[in-house]
Every structure is written in C-alpha cells, then in structure tokens.
Design a protein. Structure first.
Length: 186
C-alpha cells in the first residue's frame, strides 16, 4: 500500500497547473520567458490571476497528498516521503519529458500541511531575508535555512532527510535565479 501511495503522489505531482492555465490563455508557458511551468512564470507572462490559479493548484497538490496519507492511516515517515514524491512529480513530470516547475508552491502545500509549526519558521526566515535583501529568491533561501534549523532543533532530522534531499533538488532548479540575485547584490 505504501508504494502505491508514493506512486499516486508522484502522479499527482505530474499535474502541472501552469500548463493548463497556459492552455486556457492560449499560451505555451514552456516557450515563454523562463520556460518554467510554475506560478512565477505564469504570473510574469499572464498576470496576477494566472499566478494565483497556478500557485493554488500547485500548492493544493501537496495538501491533497499529505491529507490522503492521513486518511489512509500512513505512518509519518511514509507521508513525508509521499510529500517528496509529489514535489519530485512537479519538478520532473514524466509526461513533459521531466521538464516541470521549480516546486516552491507544492513544497508550501506539503510543508504547511505536514507541520504548520515547522513551516511557520520557513515563513519567518523568508520574511526576514526578504526584508533585508528585497529578493524573493534569497528570501526563499532564508526560509529553507530556518525550516531546516527548526527540524533539527525539534529532533526530527532523521524523519525529514528525504525532504532535505528534495530541497536540494529545488535549489538546483533555482540555481540561475540564485546566481542572478546574488550578482545583483554583489
């Protein structure tokens, strides 16, 4: 049952909201600006409404997967792995030749539903770094640092190792944004 849950989670992650929002607008977001199928690119190309629909759709994937695990009475470690599977499905969707989004909205849905208390530290870290740097990309980095510290301080490190691996995958996807943000501040 656990393997089936993880496969379903990866499959849910393969639903790229930006792809379908783009279709509604008659735009292929894979050919526009960053060519990324995420909320940020949808918003840059199509406006605030497209950003919101994409963000909500992608974050809800994470919420659904975590709630599904609770409904099926899965153990916490299995739910965390499923959360990673939905994010990986978003990052690397099989039907789009593994070219998906960057995973932030889906991570927010997973993280917030897994543990609002731990996730609140991500919000705090993002807000602090965003206020200092005025860069959402660097704010996200600060959020990840605070999130990881909160996990370590609460003694849940072994449970969250899969999530840290996924965070590294997300950071790799954001490498060009991070370099650009650092260059502008340097």
């Amino acid at each position: 049952m656990t393997w089936l849950y993880w496969l379903v989670s990866y499959s849910i992650g393969n639903f790229l909201t930006a792809f379908f929002v783009g279709k509604v607008y008659g735009v292929n977001l894979q050919k526009e600006r960053s060519k990324n199928l995420g909320a940020r690119n949808a918003g840059s190309v199509l406006g605030k409404a497209a950003f919101m629909w994409t963000f909500l759709g992608d974050s809800l994937k994470g919420v659904v997967v975590v709630l599904l695990g609770s409904f099926w009475h899965m153990e916490q470690w299995a739910i965390i792995v499923a959360g990673c599977c939905v994010i990986v499905g978003h990052l690397y969707p099989i039907w789009l030749k593994f070219k998906g989004g960057k995973g932030v909205a889906t991570f927010i849905g997973v993280g917030l539903t897994l543990s609002p208390a731990l996730f609140s530290m991500m919000i705090v870290g993002t807000a602090i770094v965003l206020l200092i740097t005025r860069s959402l990309t660097l704010g996200m980095l600060g959020g990840f640092v605070f999130y990881i510290e909160a996990v370590v301080l609460t003694g849940q490190l072994p449970l969250y190792i899969p999530m840290f691996i996924v965070i590294i995958c997300m950071l790799i996807k954001h490498a060009s944004n991070i370099k650009e943000s650092l260059r502008l501040r340097g």
